[in-house]
Design a protein around this ligand. Structure first.
Ligand code: EPU
Length: 346
């Protein structure tokens, strides 16, 4: 009897599970079915389960870039695939990491193991598998610049594929995966980290923080510590205040649009991104509308960074979404600019 039980596959599927602890906004929503995926074998087992076969599916990593506004009447696949392997390859260290690993823990471990290159991306909440989906970026570095390839499981065809950078079509907070949610599950990500390391310290906040610490020749750990300190000062810790980082993307406008805006609003913050295009600081636009710190019920615009919406405690996804719509409306009326949400809204 004991042997028979051992031979039987574990039932990986749970019913009616709260997703509150699986999203960094900390909003309540329930999944009709929920499965933790620790390996490809788990995934194969779950996808052929009769309860799941025709059900809608939602792949969840660290839950740090999603806003649930309703219950999910299908199966949530929570990716927990572990692992880290490293191989030196010419001028690069190739580091393959399981999609379920925590992003920040991996960045810190690589810095400590003298395999730097991701330190500017320290303290970004979420999992390794979610990082390519929105091509995470901060303080002068984007994931795409340190990317080698990734493995995905095509949920429909059941095939394991390796995708390179071109296949992933990375853009600003964008990739092919954002346009086809639910079709693939990222299994692992391989980074190409240059062995000849050079610090990226051009971003003004990083420059200032290193100067404050009187560091002129920063080591990887110095950059890591500086980025952690800046983020801790500016951004709310999701363990304490629910949030999903920047709620909106920084909008991109033409040179002419920017010139017209600057004539009316001389202190507008913008960055030249080449090709006659300019990125505007959405945080500045929201701030200029007087929305920084605005509280609506249990949702708010974060008081130290207007680009971040927060759950003050017990907010529903719908409350957060209503606040996001209000922010979009006031920015549209004042500046004629449409803000695009960054997180996935379900
Ligand atoms: N600003 C204001 N008021 C505010 C917020 C910002 O005036 O309330 C101004 C600042 O003074 C600054 C400018 O806007 O001049 C830009 O602000 P910040 O340096 O904080 O960066 P950001 O453009 O708001 C982006 C990313 C962040 C990333 C930082 C640092 C996006 C959508 N956001 O924010 O990413 O950490 O740069 O590189 O691109 C995230 O994606 O979740 C995220 C936090």
């Amino acid at each position: 009897m004991v042997i028979a039980q051992d031979l039987m596959a574990r039932d990986l599927i749970q019913r009616d599970v709260s997703l509150r602890t699986f999203n960094t906004f900390g909003v309540e929503a329930r999944a009709a079915l929920f499965a933790r995926i620790g390996s490809l074998r788990d995934l194969q087992q779950v996808l052929v389960d009769p309860r799941v076969i025709d059900a809608p599916r939602l792949v969840l990593g660290g839950g740090s870039n999603i806003l649930f506004t309703r219950n999910f009447d299908g199966c949530v696949l929570k990716v927990d695939i572990p692992g880290l392997q490293r191989e030196d390859h010419g001028a690069f260290s190739l580091v393959s990491v399981g999609a379920g690993e925590n992003w920040h823990a991996i960045v810190e471990r690589l810095v400590d193991d003298d395999v730097p290159g991701l330190e500017n991306l320290a303290l970004i909440p979420g999992s390794v598998g979610a990082a390519p989906i929105q091509n995470i970026g901060a303080y002068g570095v984007e994931l795409a610049e340190r990317f080698h390839s990734l493995q995905t499981w095509s949920i429909d065809s059941g095939l394991l594929q390796t995708l390179n950078s071109e296949d992933c079509r990375f853009g600003y907070r964008d990739s092919v995966f954002k346009h086809e949610p639910g079709l693939r599950l990222i299994v692992s990500v391989t980074f190409a980290l240059p062995r000849d390391w050079n610090p990226v310290t051009g971003y003004v906040d990083v420059e200032n923080e290193l100067r404050r610490r009187q560091i002129t020749k920063p080591k990887p750990r110095d950059v890591f510590d500086a980025v952690v300190a800046i983020r801790k000062r500016k951004l709310p810790d999701p363990a304490l205040i629910g949030n999903a980082g920047s709620f909106f993307k920084n909008p991109v406008v033409s040179r002419q649009q920017r010139t017209e805006l600057i004539e009316r609003h001389p202190s507008l913050v913008s960055y030249d991104i080449g090709g006659g295009r300019y990125k505007l600081a959405a945080g500045w636009l929201i701030d200029a509308c007087g929305m920084k710190g605005a509280v609506r019920g249990r949702a708010a615009v974060f008081e130290r960074q207007a680009l971040v919406l927060v759950n003050l405690g017990g907010a529903t996804g719908a409350e957060v979404l209503a606040l996001a719509r209000e922010v979009q409306d006031v920015v549209r009326v004042r500046f004629g600019i449409e803000l695009e949400p960054e997180p996935r809204i379900v």
